[in-house]
Design a protein around this ligand. Structure first.
Ligand SMILES: [Zn+2]
Length: 408
């Protein structure tokens, strides 16, 4: 069993152990309340969260499409996700679908996920949108798709169709494995059809970002001015065929040297990698992200997304650093990693308050907000975070201009 599976298993065992012992536990399932009540919609913390932010610039740059493929969407889940013989993946599926507030009636799952998202976005301010990720299959080095080793597949066509059906709510992000024989054609087509970026999850998809095989893909990304959003640090959400070191931020140098605007998902805020610059010593992935951010050659090209940084499994020191490094704020882009903020036990405002990053009076409001609107919860929480007076700059939430800039 790999360390990730072991950690998850230990976590779940502990969770169910404490359930059995009758301990006070965080609420497990999202009750999926409908529209925000007025008391929350006009709560001073919610009003304060929008202050100084132009909602038309707010694009959530990290959001997942979930479903089971029952709408003709082409989504495919691995059989393990639905099997009680694979309890971790089975529970993950339950949590994701509950966080996305789907109706589990056959034929309604895909659609109800999207309907819930539109309702959540309608409760933000007009103009705010979400960038929905397609999710490519794992492929082998020769570019052959490996459906049986892909946990999860969301076709580009489905992400694109949602953005074109609901332009007020969604933009879309393509996912293309660089070893695919049609990778460059698929990339051109994605750009033509309005994709705002390309998403990779290297450890799950079997992509080594440092492999020379990626070179033509990087050149095309740079030419088309399509940013690459790629997972950094340890991967916990999706099981796959790739090696954990594919998430090492140091492996992104080839992309950067090719001129690709590269966004490290979650700022590599969890996990340990080998410091391949210094004798392969183990070092936190976030320290390697920091090293890459500090390199003067990367100033215009390397960025970090803020999705998942508030999760319980992150070291509060990472959040503190991100708040304090004001000189980075022009290079940080907010994303929610939806549906994760809808999984109630994953984020603990009380723990963040205990770490001195949040005023404790905000905790009950945030907890209530999370059960109504996970997107607004993410915004209010991140706007409330502070470390010795340092807060995230408003521009980290105004990500649209990053994606729609005209290439000079
Ligand atoms: Zn994600």
């Amino acid at each position: 069993m790999n360390p990730t599976r072991r950690t998850l298993l230990t976590g779940l065992t502990a969770l169910f152990g404490s359930l059995a012992a009758g301990c006070a536990l965080p609420r497990l399932w999202n009750p999926c309340h409908p529209r925000l009540p007025d008391s929350l919609a006009h709560h001073p913390l919610v009003t304060a969260a929008w202050e100084g932010i132009d909602p038309a610039q707010v694009w959530d740059c990290h959001a997942h499409i979930a479903g089971i493929g029952d709408s003709g969407s082409g989504i495919v889940l691995s059989p393990q996700m639905s099997s009680l013989f694979h309890p971790i993946q089975f529970m993950q599926r339950r949590f994701y679908l509950n966080a996305g507030c789907v109706q589990e009636t056959p034929g309604r799952v895909d659609q109800s996920y999207v309907e819930r998202l539109r309702t959540l976005i309608d409760d933000l301010r007009p103009g705010a949108k979400m960038m929905l990720f397609a999710f490519d299959r794992a492929h082998d080095a020769s570019g052959r798709p490996l459906p049986e080793q892909s946990t999860f597949y969301v076709p580009n066509d489905y992400a694109r169709s949602l953005a074109s059906a609901y332009p007020r709510h969604f933009e879309w992000v393509a996912s293309i494995h660089p070893a695919r024989r049609d990778a460059l054609a698929a990339l051109e087509q994605a750009k033509e059809h309005g994709a705002q970026a390309v998403k990779w999850l290297p450890p799950a998809m079997g992509i080594d970002p440092a492999d020379p095989v990626c070179q033509p893909f990087y050149q095309a990304l740079a030419r088309l001015d399509l940013p690459l959003i790629t997972h950094g640090g340890e991967e916990k959400a999706v099981h796959g065929i790739g090696k954990p070191e594919f998430g090492n931020p140091l492996r992104l140098r080839r992309a950067l040297d090719s001129g690709v605007r590269t966004i490290v998902a979650h700022c590599a805020s969890i996990g340990t990698d080998h410091d391949t610059d210094h004798g392969d010593q183990p070092i936190s992935s976030f320290a390697l992200f920091t090293r890459m951010m500090e390199h003067p050659d990367h100033r215009e090209l390397l960025f970090g997304d803020l999705s998942a940084i508030t999760l319980r499994n992150r070291d509060p020191e990472v959040v503190r650093t991100l708040l304090k490094r004001q000189e980075w704020h022009g290079r940080l882009l907010n994303g929610t990693d939806y549906p994760l903020p809808g999984i109630l036990p994953l984020i603990s405002p009380a723990a963040l308050a205990q770490a001195g990053l949040l005023h404790e009076t905000a905790v009950p409001v945030l907890k209530e907000l999370q059960t109504y609107n996970a997107l607004l919860f993410d915004l209010v929480l991140k706007r409330q975070l502070s470390a010795h007076g340092a807060r995230l700059a408003t521009r980290v939430f105004e990500t649209r201009r990053f994606f729609t800039r005209k290439q000079s």
